[in-house]
Design a protein around this ligand. Structure first.
Ligand SMILES: [Zn+2]
Length: 316
């Protein structure tokens, strides 16, 4: 009887039991979520490391030598001007050689029919010939600025770039396999068509959606050129990588599945045997692999932009 009269507050009620169960379950769920997050983060780190290794192609780097034809900045002499003029003419003749790859390459070669050679000297892009330094450019002319090895190594950014401010392309003074060089230059001329000083739009912010979409389009354009030059072998091999990884459903996993053997196939396809050229080719390979993976999964430009942003954030 005494027990029957025990106050209710000293006995675990149904409400208290439920509360205890709720708290226990919440802690368990939080622990599982935390553990899964840790696994995802570890996976992500592994993927980033694998892709970085692919880009740097560690396995082959030590065996390869880059051939720079301008290692340090040169004096403004007649010899230097002749050298730059000759190099500019070499590049121009390569663009003409491959102009008929597509309607777009044909139109770019017609659109930009004159290049003025220059170099990166004393911290800036300059024409060595004073007559070329005029502020207004002749119609359809753009600058072609070669950057010596010591400047390029400082910036650690070897990719040729279109620079609207100087209305010209800056590129390493480095021997490159002709096919890769042409693909990269058409990419830059594509930017020049949109943002030149004659009839182009002003440059948009580098992080704007519009600009990132343009990068995706230009990267696909240079991939298309590599594909045409290799008679379809480039895209065919990329498709084979995607097919052998059918169970993978994230673009990062598919990109990280590239092996050293795959890198060797791509390098052989375009005659890449130097550290920098191989690196530039691999950057295009991983982007195109990501973009084509999106296409096989029925995804659109929005997902391709995600691939581009992920790569820019985590790898470069
Ligand atoms: Zn670009």
């Amino acid at each position: 009887m005494r027990h029957r009269n025990k106050p209710a507050k000293n006995r675990p009620t149904c409400k208290v039991k439920l509360m205890t169960l709720f708290v226990t379950l919440t802690i368990a769920l939080l622990w599982v979520a935390f553990h899964q997050k840790q696994i995802r983060e570890q996976e992500e780190k592994k993927v980033i490391q694998v892709i970085s290794d692919i880009i740097v192609i560690e396995a082959q780097k030590s065996q390869q030598i880059d051939h720079w034809w301008m290692r340090t900045q040169l004096p403004a002499t007649a010899e230097t001007m002749t050298l730059l003029e000759n190099k500019k003419n070499e590049v121009l003749s390569k663009l003409h050689k491959y102009r008929s790859i597509s309607a777009e390459t044909e139109s770019l070669v017609s659109r930009f029919n004159s290049f003025i050679p220059g170099a990166y000297v004393n911290g800036g892009f300059r024409f060595l010939n004073e007559h070329d330094s005029q502020p207004s450019y002749p119609t359809n002319s753009i600058g072609f600025f070669f950057v010596p090895e010591e400047m390029m190594r400082e910036s650690l950014y070897y990719c040729p770039t279109w620079n609207s401010g100087i209305n010209g392309i800056a590129m390493a003074a480095l021997e490159m396999p002709e096919q890769l060089e042409v693909a990269i230059l058409f990419h830059e001329l594509g930017h020049a068509k949109r943002h030149n000083k004659i009839d182009g739009k002003p440059d948009s912010d580098a992080q704007s959606a519009e600009r990132i979409q343009e990068e995706v389009e230009m990267t696909e354009f240079s991939g298309e050129i590599l594909n045409q030059i290799s008679h379809g072998a480039y895209h065919k091999y990329i498709n084979e990588i995607i097919k052998r990884e059918l169970k993978k459903n994230r673009f990062e996993q598919v990109i990280a599945s590239i092996t050293s053997d795959d890198c060797a196939v791509f390098n052989a396809m375009f005659g890449c045997s130097g550290e920098v050229p191989s690196k530039l080719l691999m950057v295009n390979c991983v982007y195109i692999l990501g973009f084509r993976f999106c296409e096989t999964r029925g995804k659109s430009m929005k997902e391709k932009i995600e691939v581009y942003n992920w790569f820019e954030t985590n790898i470069k």
